[in-house]
Write a protein that binds this ligand. Structure first.
Ligand code: F6R
Length: 607
């Protein structure tokens, strides 16, 4: 998870940038770097590892200059070394970047053919070269940055500095956050308000697709077409390491919107986007040698495991036993020595999950933990920690931790498939490529907020809601129901669509909205039959599908939410977002306490 800082200042900025980077170090610490314009030239210091190494470097070789950009890196493309550390240069251009440039391979080929030499393995370097090429073609710095931004696909935040203009930094945001900080005769850019807290608490958050021209005494924000846009300036409450809501109403809303970024960082920890491979892991067991995998967790984390079961069994042909932790710990399940156990938990403190872990520890099987809080008890008691890189999740209803858990599980299933020889190198490449697209699709889904809000307004008038899905969309249906009930207090149930006629169909009438999660996949027709059964009984259907599904559904729906066509493996990750947004907006309409719903707590450390 990279952090970005930029300052157009009055005094030497390098020490200030390092100070701000310290507050962003939670976002990544593989390497760090600072660049300034020193006596008319671009100059930089970079160092592998933690920020302290960069500080040592700067102490030995200080950097002068009143304008600068800085970066703390969580490696996605290219190993964490000094060469891959940001800022990256191309002639008169310096760039820092957070996120993934998805079309970097194609751009790299194009720029190489144009004579540009790449010195790093990063995707970021294409941005520096693109801007530099526009300058060479005669564009001014702002026009050059704009033209380059138009070529980029993916989710990213950028800060760009130009030799020859010591009063200009261009910032851009498409996915990962970026905020402008307003000072007196100086301006700042930062990945979050916490980074800028020592300098200013007057903040303007860029929105997706925005780019900003930042000078000492002015800033202008534009959309991708180059039209000027207005964004609200606000007082940030950030002090020290406090996490705040940014410009969102609730933490849950903020966390839903962080997903493109945190999914990409989590995936990057487990797969190599450049090579199209799953990364080798230092596990206390060998996927090729075990004959069963036990998964155990609670609530939303359990539902992520249920989806994981489909992936492990389908991709790696590895049988999975999955249990709700509070059941697992008491049902005295015999555990084969030739198995491994994985425990999934956002907090890493959930009492039942921890007790299940200890049960497996006694049984002598190797233990892995998929956790968000690395210092947690579950992490400490495991043989290996497989982190989700969701960042602090404050909203009680889990959102970004869930999609990050899914990201880890999908990547692990691919790794297991490779180890067990159940997928070819080509299939691995296709699956990794599909995973790399998840952040971009997630970003597209966030843009459906107006339609989803409208559906939520309708939903808030009902007392009961049913969710249906097949395959990995069955656990997702349960997650949808869980999200809705915990924050809106509307009673909701999630069922396997095929189970409908074995009981729940008795509930269907005009007072029971039925949310059907059905991308156009190989079993889509079966789900359509279930929708027909609902429609025939006066049930109101809200269909969440893709373009083809919407065309072929042949059932009258109350509303159809059309998502992008996505590769099958990332369906649950992408379809999780409308489910969360639906619950969120419904709760807002109901006027409940979204971030702290009644009777719940974020970390459940009692049975
Ligand atoms: C639901 C939710 C809970 C948690 C569950 C497990 O939105 O947040 O169901 O998923 O309490 O918590 P962790 O993941 O911390 O073990």
């Amino acid at each position: 998870m990279c952090g970005i800082v930029a300052i157009v200042g009055q005094t030497a900025v390098a020490p200030l940038i390092v100070d701000a980077l310290k507050r962003l170090e939670y976002r990544g610490y593989d390497s760090a770097g600072v660049a300034t314009i020193e006596r008319g030239k671009l100059a930089r210091r970079r160092a592998e590892g933690k920020l302290v190494n960069l500080e040592k470097r700067l102490n030995a070789e200080p950097l002068d200059g009143n304008i600068g950009i800085g970066h703390t890196r969580w490696a996605t493309h290219g190993v964490p070394n000094e060469t891959n550390a940001h800022p990256h240069f191309s002639n008169d251009v310096a760039v820092v970047h957070n996120g993934i440039i998805e079309n970097f391979a194609e751009l790299r080929t194009e720029l190489t053919a144009d004579g540009y030499e790449f010195t790093s393995q990063t995707d970021t370097e294409v941005v520096a070269h693109l801007v530099s090429r526009e300058l060479k073609r005669g564009a001014d710095p702002v026009a050059a940055a704009h033209a380059a931004l138009k070529r980029l696909e993916g989710a990213f935040a950028l800060a760009i500095m130009f030799r020859g203009d010591e009063n200009l930094i261009v910032g851009a945001r498409n996915g990962p956050p970026l905020a402008v900080g307003h000072g007196e005769g100086e301006m700042f850019l930062g990945s979050d308000a916490i980074a800028l807290a020592p300098f200013t608490n007057s903040i303007t958050y860029l929105e997706d697709g925005d780019w900003a021209v930042v000078r000492r005494d002015s800033f202008n924000i534009f959309d991708i077409e180059g039209n000027s846009v207005e964004r609200k300036r606000q007082q940030s409450l950030s002090t020290s390491f406090m996490v705040d809501k940014g410009n969102r109403r609730h933490f849950m809303e903020k966390e839903i919107h962080e997903q493109p970024e945190v999914i990409s960082h989590t995936l990057a920890n487990y797969v190599d986007f450049t090579a199209g491979t799953s990364k080798p892991l230092d596990l206390p067991f060998d996927f090729a040698k075990i004959d069963r995998l036990a998964l155990s967790a609670c609530g939303t984390a359990y539902l992520s495991g249920l989806i994981g079961k489909y992936w492990f069994e389908r991709i790696a042909r590895l049988p999975v036993d999955i249990d709700i932790a509070s059941e697992f710990r008491y049902r005295e399940m015999p555990i084969s020595k030739n198995s491994a156990a994985l425990f999934i938990s956002q907090s890493g403190e959930t009492a039942d999950t921890l007790a299940s872990l200890r049960y497996c520890r006694k049984a002598g099987v190797p233990i892995g933990a998929i956790v968000n809080v690395r210092e947690s008890t579950i992490a400490r008691e495991s043989d290996v920690v497989l982190p989700t890189l969701a960042g602090p999740e404050i909203g009680v209803a889990s959102t970004k931790a869930f999609t990050c858990q899914l990201s880890v599980l999908a990547s692990l299933a691919v790794r297991a498939g490779v180890a067990r020889g159940t997928i070819s190198t080509e299939t691995e490449r296709v699956l990794v490529r599909a995973l790399s697209e998840a952040p971009r699709y997630a970003n597209q889904v966030l843009k459906l907020d107006e339609q989803i809000e409208k559906v939520a307004r309708e939903l808030s008038h009902y007392r009961h809601v049913l969710y249906l899905g097949r395959d990995t969309n069955f656990p997702l249906a349960m997650e949808g129901a869980l999200k809705l009930k915990e924050i809106s207090y509307i009673h909701a149930e999630g069922y396997a669509a095929g189970e409908l006629k074995h009981g729940p169909i008795a509930l269907i009438d005009e007072n029971m909205p039925v949310i059907v999660i059905a991308p156009h996949d190989r079993i889509f027709e079966k789900t359509v039959s279930n929708m027909q059964e609902v429609a025939a009984r006066g049930g109101k259907i809200i269909l969440i599908t893709d373009r083809k599904g919407a065309e072929q559904a042949s059932v009258n729906t109350m509303e159809t939410i059309v998502l992008p066509d996505v590769p099958e493996i990332i369906t649950p990750i992408v379809y999780a977002l409308p489910i969360q947004m639906l619950a969120y907006f419904t709760a807002v309409f109901m006027g409940t306490d979204v971030d702290q719903p009644r009777n719940l707590a974020k970390s459940v450390t009692v049975e």
